[in-house]
Design a protein around this ligand. Structure first.
Ligand code: HEM
Length: 528
């Protein structure tokens, strides 16, 4: 009977294989050798050992063994889609970026949305910041706006990023939580870092549990620079405004959805695009000069601060449309490598110390994550414009680097010569004066940690304020160490007394005295 069953199985497989060979491509090894059998390893006799010479089996298992690459150290869980950016307003007076020289220019785009703390398999509706990373394949190279759905960040200096991330990720002794901020180490760190207070108010708000990736804003967060053809620079902040509007779920819904459908957000984006309901965002900018920057008490280089839109309205310059799902999540979404240092002529950095650190971090981590300096050649990362340089070799070199010279200067001509820099059209950094002593110090202008947190809380409707209060009670209620809760309450007193006492009530704790604030929070800011 055994023998008959085995023969039957082989019979069915043969039939399937012949069908595939007739109707579709023939299965091959990675070297291209056509296969006759994908069911059985090469064995000696009916019940004997497997032969070492079975290159078909060994190659298949070898490749499978190496399928996983490291997940992103942060923003591991994400979902991407293709689309395009359409320029709505030409702004040559602000930037020489090719895509803003004429209305109507269409630029290919790839976007990856993500949560920050959770691992690759974590649920979509965790209370968390959402990444909003956009790659624009411009005619002058790739421009990445690697932003979030919250306009400010937890920390002011890149030096603290590893600490922030260690505190929010699963605790090293117990291995949880895998996707939540409601635990001791996160709140311990936050309570000791008053600069995080503003962002924490946002993450306790409904912004951190979006109804859909389609219904959220995006922000470049840092102050960047635009540079025009005459070399004149202005400051700029980038905003993505969803044309669908903004929607969030409430916490009860988030918890249920996470249990019932942890893929809720990715499914929603996929379904909308497949149904032809293409999500759109307006790209808007806040542009300002040094004089305007100096008019604030806070520093525009401080990523824990925003410039209220009431003070400086946003100006819409382009529209992003997502109209194509990926064909392969690994090849596209997972292998996509965004980096803040990917800018184009007409765009430049500011001295924001968080941005400066990010510019190092992304390329560095991607070498480890993707395994080769040549990841820029992967289809999702490859510029759509010509690329020519003397960077050579490396693991997985996929481009045929022809010509004779691979150095510069050289005296060869024609095909043998290779590329030369373009003195007129090439990228030039904004010429801004810099001076000062080299030292490790936090500027006084970065010292006010509470005024904008207060402004944010007071700008919320009563229901939204209730949600923030409930979120603090829930999250701090998960902290096992009472001193952490007390320290957070002491910080919250600097934000808003009613918030601090409502959270204390919810936790059943007495209200401690307010923590000392380096700069007294301002009372007079309009609720924006
Ligand atoms: C991803 C570092 C701050 C937005 C990442 C990754 C690293 C990183 C190492 C993984 C990248 C990869 O494996 O491809 C840092 C450092 C920061 C910082 C060192 C501060 C010093 C921020 C801020 C934002 C942000 C302020 C938002 C404005 C993102 C996004 C991703 C990401 C959206 C995911 C990109 C994707 O979808 O592939 N970050 N980050 N990060 N970061 Fe940051």
């Amino acid at each position: 009977t055994q023998r008959t069953k085995a023969t039957d199985r082989r019979g069915n497989a043969d039939e399937l294989h012949q069908g595939a060979a007739r109707g579709g491509p023939v299965m091959t090894t990675a070297q291209g050798a056509p296969l006759a059998d994908d069911q059985n390893s090469l064995r000696i006799g009916d019940r004997g050992p497997t032969a070492l010479e079975d290159f078909v089996l060994r190659e298949k298992i070898f490749h499978f063994d190496h399928e996983r690459i490291p997940e992103r150290v942060v923003h591991a869980r994400g979902y991407g889609a293709h689309g395009y950016l359409e320029t709505l307003e030409a702004i040559p007076e602000l930037t020489r970026a090719a895509i803003f020289q004429r209305r109507g220019i269409r630029t290919e785009a790839f976007v990856r949305f993500s949560t920050v703390a959770g691992n690759l398999g974590s649920p979509d509706l965790a209370r968390d910041v959402r990444g909003f990373a956009v790659k624009l394949y411009t005619p002058e190279g790739n421009w990445d706006i690697v932003g979030n759905n919250i306009p400010v960040f937890f920390i002011q200096d890149a030096m603290k990023f590893p600490d922030l991330v260690h505190s929010v990720k699963e605790e090293q002794d117990r291995g949880w939580p895998q996707a939540a901020s409601a635990h001791d180490t996160f709140w311990d760190f936050i309570s000791l870092m008053p600069e995080a207070t503003h962002m924490v108010l946002w993450t306790m708000s409904d912004r951190a549990i979006p109804r859909s990736l389609r219904f959220m804003e995006g922000f470049g967060v840092h102050t960047f620079r635009f540079v025009n053809a005459s070399g004149e620079a202005t400051f700029v902040k980038f905003h993505w405004k969803p044309r669908q509007g903004m929607q969030s779920v409430v916490w009860d819904e988030a918890v249920k959805i996470n249990g019932a459908d942890p893929d809720f957000h990715r499914r929603d984006l996929w379904n909308a695009i497949q149904a032809g309901d293409f999500p759109q965002w307006d790209l808007a900018v806040q542009v300002f000069d040094d004089e305007f920057a100096d008019s604030f008490d806070f520093d525009v280089l401080d990523p824990t601060k925003l410039i209220p839109e009431e003070v400086l309205p946003v100006r819409v310059i382009a529209r992003l449309t997502l109209d194509r799902v990926v064909e392969n999540v690994f090849s596209e979404t997972e292998q996509a490598a965004f980096c803040t240092q990917n800018i184009v002529p007409g765009v430049d950095f500011s001295n924001d110390p968080l941005l400066q650190g990010r510019n190092f971090s992304y390329l560095d981590t991607q070498l480890k994550r993707l395994g080769s300096t040549n990841f820029t050649q992967l289809p999702v990362n490859a510029p759509r414009c010509p690329v020519a340089h003397f960077q050579r070799d490396g693991h997985m070199q996929m481009s045929l680097q022809s010509g004779r010279a691979n150095y510069e200067p050289n005296s060869f001509t024609g095909d043998q010569r290779g590329p030369r820099p373009d003195l007129d059209g090439g990228f030039r950094s904004a010429q801004v004066p810099e001076n000062g002593d080299k030292r490790r110090i936090r500027a006084e202008s970065f010292a006010d940690h509470y005024s904008q947190a207060r402004q944010f809380f007071r700008s919320q409707t009563p229901v939204e304020q209730e949600h923030i209060t409930d979120a603090f009670v829930f999250e701090l209620g998960k902290c096992e160490i009472p001193a952490i809760r007390t320290r957070m309450l002491a910080n919250l007193r600097n934000v808003d007394e009613s918030l601090a006492s409502a959270v204390a009530d919810g936790l059943g704790m007495p209200l401690p005295s307010a923590s000392p604030a380096a700069v007294a929070p301002r009372e007079d800011l309009p609720a924006s």
